[in-house]
Design a protein around this ligand. Structure first.
Ligand code: AP5
Length: 215
C-alpha cells in the first residue's frame, strides 16, 4: 500500500504515521525527518536546507524531489507512507511521474484537517526524542517520566522551528503552497478527509477504519 498524509504543521502526520507503520508494516518516509538527518550529518543538502527550515519556508522543489526519489526507490515492495511530501503541486506532479514510470500509484491520500487555532499549542508543546524520533506533547501526549522518552529514556528536545513566530510562518506556507495539493489529488478519488482535531487515539481509529475499507 502507498499512502500520503497531508495536513498543516501539527495536524498529527508524524504521530499517525508511526501508528500506521506499526499496523500495516509500511516504510515511514518523512521529508522533514530526512532533512533533519541531513542537517545533523552536515551534508551539502542539509546545509542548503537549513535557512529555509529555520524560517518556516519550503526547501526548493528540485532538492526535495531528488531527495524523495532516492528514498522512494529504496522502499520495499510492501509500500510506504509519505509524511510531509508532496508539499507543492509541482512536487505532486513529479511524484506521479516517477511512480507512473515504475508502474505504481498512490492508494490513498489522508488529509488531516485541524483548526488553525489548535496549531500553535500543539507545536509549542511538542517534545521529540532525538534517539528514536518518538513524539510527545507536554499536555496531550505526556511521557511516563517528564522530559524522558518512554522507549529509550533519552532526554526529550524541542524542535528549533517550533517557536510561535516560525509556526505562524509555517502555517502561512501551508495554506499558500500545500493546501492546493489536496485539490490536485481530488479527481483521483483517493482523498479521505480526516477530522484531526480529536484526541490522537480517535484520529487513529478513523484512519484505521479508512485503511481497512480500501485494503
Ligand atoms: P516537517 O518536519 O514535515 O514539519 P510539518 O509539516 O510542519 O509537520 P510537523 O512535523 O511539525 O507536524 P505533524 O503534523 O507531523 O505533527 P505531530 O504528529 O508531530 O517539516 C519541517 C520543515 O522541513 C518545513 O517547514 C520545510 O522547511 C522542510 N520540508 C519538509 N518537507 C518538505 C517538502 N516536501 N518540501 C519543502 N520543504 C520541506 O504532532 C504535533 C504535536 O501535536 C505533538 O506534540 C503531538 O504529540 C501532538 N498531537 C498530535 N496529534 C494530536 C491530537 N490528535 N490531539 C492533540 N495533540 C496531538
Amino acid at each position: 500500500m502507498r499512502l500520503i498524509l497531508l495536513g498543516a504543521p501539527g495536524a498529527g502526520k508524524g504521530t499517525q504515521c508511526k501508528r500506521i507503520v506499526e499496523k500495516c508494516g509500511l516504510l515511514h518516509l518523512s521529508s522533514g525527518d530526512i532533512l533533519r538527518q541531513q542537517r545533523s550529518d552536515g551534508t551539502e543538502l542539509g546545509k542548503k536546507a537549513q535557512d529555509y527550515m529555520d524560517s518556516g519556508r519550503l526547501v526548493p522543489d528540485e532538492l526535495i524531489v531528488k531527495m524523495m526519489a532516492v528514498a522512494i526507490a529504496a522502499a520495499p515492495e510492501g509500500g510506504f507512507v509519505l509524511d510531509g511530501f508532496p508539499r507543492t503541486v509541482n512536487q505532486a506532479v513529479e511524484l506521479d511521474k516517477s511512480l507512473d514510470s515504475a508502474g505504481l500509484k498512490i492508494d490513498a491520500v489522508l488529509n488531516l484537517i485541524i483548526d488553525d487555532n489548535d496549531v500553535a499549542s500543539r507545536m509549542t508543546g511538542r517534545r521529540s526524542c532525538p534517539e528514536c524520533g518518538a513524539v510527545y506533547h507536554v499536555a496531550n501526549l505526556k511521557p511516563e517520566v517528564e522530559g524522558k522518552c518512554d522507549k529509550c529514556k533519552a532526554d526529550l528536545v524541542q524542535r528549533p522551528d517550533d517557536t510561535l513566530e516560525v509556526v505562524q510562518k509555517r502555517l502561512g506556507t501551508y495554506h499558500e503552497q500545500t493546501e492546493p495539493v489536496v485539490g490536485y489529488y481530488k479527481d483521483s478519488g483517493c482523498v479521505y478527509n480526516i477530522d484531526a482535531g480529536q484526541c490522537p487515539d480517535m484520529v487513529t481509529e478513523i484512519i484505521f477504519d479508512k485503511l481497512d475499507s480500501i485494503d
